[in-house]
Design a protein around this ligand. Structure first.
Ligand code: 5GP
Ligand code: MN
Length: 339
């Protein structure tokens, strides 16, 4: 985003606007934190602001300041689409292409509102009037902080904004441990704590509110864990039957793939989750070092993401998806063993 863009956005936001903020489907901590952080900031500019998410999100995010104001497009379609039709500006956060919003794609394509993208995913589409895209960023929440900073408004950051942005930086960096965590990330986190983000309470709300069944479901994943030593790969599967047995709720499988990556010497980790309702296998890929799961996902699993964290899907059965994954591994053995 260049200086001229910032001047234009400042000018744009200098009068009251109807603003919509949209994250990707199945929003995670960074998606909810960044949209609500930006929401609280824009409210201070006296705008009419709504966060509209494509569908529901995990309970461990439902305490974040502003949570109750969020509209869900799948269950509140009519009011959501009316607001989108009327919008002057649509901020699209934490995704790089309209199809990542699922059923919201067509209404977004149709909209003539000014689009402002804030995102850190690779290969962004060029739909936005103003594009703040940076794949080196730890999180969209960190980018929202930079965005507010570029508008010379960090003095407006209060405890609510700070709390929202803290959540997404924390969840997208694996609690400040992934390679995307820089000294700048820590400096921003320090600022957010000074502005009122209660770090230990936030960690507790997100990570220490498990149900007994969620931990039993994790036990099932660890039982299903398989290792392919020659490819330095480990993977986990969940059948729909297993999810049902442990009363699966949205968000229960979040982070489970990281247990596969935590095995010593493992460079590539995957989780395959059967979703009978959507008729797909949802895939999450994680890697260490330079091995790009973004490329692997784009090439074989109709997805994408970042170098070390990507997602995708498969229309094959769970068994056939795993077999496909195993069959493509030998072509990556050299890269995997060079890490
Ligand atoms: P997760 O595995 O946690 O669902 O996603 C990991 C990363 O990949 C996130 O940044 C997420 O936004 C991205 N991602 C997940 N699924 C997809 C997908 O189907 N397509 C693309 N382009 N990115 C995805
Ligand atoms: Mn993100």
């Amino acid at each position: 985003m260049n200086k001229q863009d910032i001047i234009s956005i400042k000018q744009l936001l200098s009068t009251k606007k109807k603003i919509i903020i949209v994250p990707h489907k199945n929003p995670d901590g960074d998606a909810i934190g960044s949209t609500l952080g930006l929401y609280h900031y824009l409210l201070k500019g006296n705008h009419q602001v709504h966060v509209i998410v494509p569908n529901d999100y995990p309970t461990f995010l439902k305490w974040i300041p502003g949570n109750d104001s969020i509209l869900k497009h799948d269950s509140q379609t009519e009011v959501s689409e009316q607001l989108i039709d009327d919008a002057d500006i649509i901020f699209t956060l934490d995704f790089n292409a309209f199809h990542r919003t699922g059923n919201m794609e067509s209404i977004l394509v149709k909209s003539s509102a000014i689009k402002i993208m804030i995102d850190h995913h690779q290969a962004p589409d060029s739909y936005a009037t103003y594009m703040f895209s940076d794949v080196s960023m730890s999180s969209t929440c960190q980018m929202v902080y930079h965005f507010i900073d570029m508008l010379d408004d960090t003095s407006l950051i209060d405890a609510d904004i700070a709390t929202c942005l803290y959540v997404g930086i924390m969840t997208d960096t694996g609690s400040f441990r992934f390679a995307s965590t820089t000294s700048k990330t820590h400096q921003i986190i320090a600022q957010l704590i000074e502005k009122g983000a209660n770090n230990s309470e936030i960690h507790n709300n997100v990570y220490d509110t498990n149900s007994y069944e969620r931990l039993q479901l994790l036990g099932c994943a660890l039982t299903n864990l398989r290792v392919i030593p020659e490819s330095r790969t480990a993977y986990i599967t969940y059948s729909q039957e297993e999810l049902n047995k442990f009363n699966y709720k949205k968000g229960d499988t979040e982070g489970v793939v990281n247990y596969a990556l935590s095995l010593e010497g493992i460079v590539l980790a995957a989780i395959f989750i059967e979703d009978k309702q959507e008729g797909i296998i949802k895939i999450s890929l994680r890697s260490k070092g330079n091995f790009s799961v973004n490329e692997m996902s784009r090439l074989h699993f109709n997805g994408g993401g970042h170098n070390n964290a990507a997602g995708g899907k498969s229309d094959l059965s769970l068994k056939d998806t795993v077999e496909k994954f195993i069959s493509i591994l030998p072509s990556y053995n050299k890269a995997l063993n060079n890490e």
